[in-house]
Design a protein around this ligand. Structure first.
Ligand code: ARG
Length: 303
């Protein structure tokens, strides 16, 4: 059955390759690219993420069962809600002298704190590599993931997502004098992405070669140093990098890059926590807290 789904996905992705070329990012693209993404994840040799991801795909049902049994409620009982993040993604999460949760600051950190506090708990942060977040969640090492994480169909197979709280898109960061004006101009350029981000999926779906870095700052440094021509990354983070570094600009191409939605991930079936998270998110969206936070962190000078 899983095999049939995969074959179907592969056929679909082949048949719809042309539309993938012009629509990258959100669920629409993810649906047709599941099969390819899985293969790529195995190829990149991304340490722990790989083996577990591969195992999960093959034994999907048991993995989900185990996840449901993992001690999601344990930390909650102690009154601590542990969020996993990768604090390399301003303005959503970054390390600062005085963060909202310990040394962690940003839009997501403020949201995490509010979710915990509104439910009579304290928020704790586990900072790790972006690629490790969903594995850590499935293992019960953290209760939820808040990391500017885009909802994709592939990720939805592994975890459950909250109500989305932010809409983004991929953009291209280039040098001010670059002749790149649209996504297809990247064809003969040196492209940099961050490993495991949706930007990597986009560029790979477009069929371009690229170099993947562990951190956005590393990719941007490569661009600043003239060692690459373009960095593909999420819009708000790109804005941050452009304001932190001279001589860079953002190029958008809405026809090539779809909108993406950020949401919080919990273990599959953890409806109790998901309901709690959703009620806070929905309230904070309704009373504009989240848009105010976004404005505040986007305007703020770099940490
Ligand atoms: N939105 C992109 C994704 O989901 C990038 C997120 C990166 N987040 C981070 N905290 N490093 O793949």
């Amino acid at each position: 059955m899983k095999k049939a789904t995969k074959v179907l996905a592969l056929l679909l992705s082949m048949a719809m390759l042309t539309s993938v070329l012009t629509a990258c990012g959100g669920d629409a693209a993810a649906e047709t690219t599941d099969a390819t993404e899985t293969t790529e994840a195995a190829d990149t040799g991304a340490e722990t993420a790989d083996t577990t991801a591969a195992a999960d795909t093959e034994t999907e049902a048991p993995a989900a069962d185990e996840a449901a049994e993992a001690p999601a409620a344990v930390t909650a009982q102690e009154g601590v809600l542990t969020f996993g993040t990768n604090a390399e993604f301003p303005p959503f999460e970054f390390v600062a002298a005085n963060g909202v949760i310990d040394q962690y600051d940003g839009i997501d950190m403020a949201i995490a704190k509010q979710i915990a506090e509104e439910n009579g708990m304290t928020a704790a942060i586990e900072n790790m590599e972006f690629d490790s977040l969903l594995i850590a969640l499935q293992n019960g090492q953290i209760d939820a993931v808040i990391a500017g994480m885009t909802v994709t169909d592939e990720r939805k197979e592994a975890v459950d997502f909250s109500t989305p709280y932010y809409t983004a898109t991929q953009v291209m960061i280039v040098k001010e004098d670059s002749d790149i004006a649209k996504a297809s101009d990247m064809a003969d350029k040196k492209i940099c992405v961050v490993q495991g981000y949706t930007g990597e999926t986009c560029v790979s779906d477009m069929g371009y070669d690229y170099e993947a870095f562990k951190k956005g700052t590393e990719a941007v440094l490569e661009l600043v140093n003239g060692k690459c021509d373009v960095v593909v990354i999420d819009s708000a983070t790109a804005q941050k990098y452009v304001s932190d570094n001279e001589g860079l600009k953002i190029v958008e191409d809405p026809e090539a890059f779809d909108s993406e939605e950020y949401a919080i991930a919990v273990q599959k079936g953890n409806t109790e926590l998901l309901d709690m998270i959703n009620s806070t998110i929905e309230a904070k969206l309704a009373d504009s807290t989240i848009s105010e936070l976004s404005a505040q962190y986007l305007d703020a000078d770099s940490e």
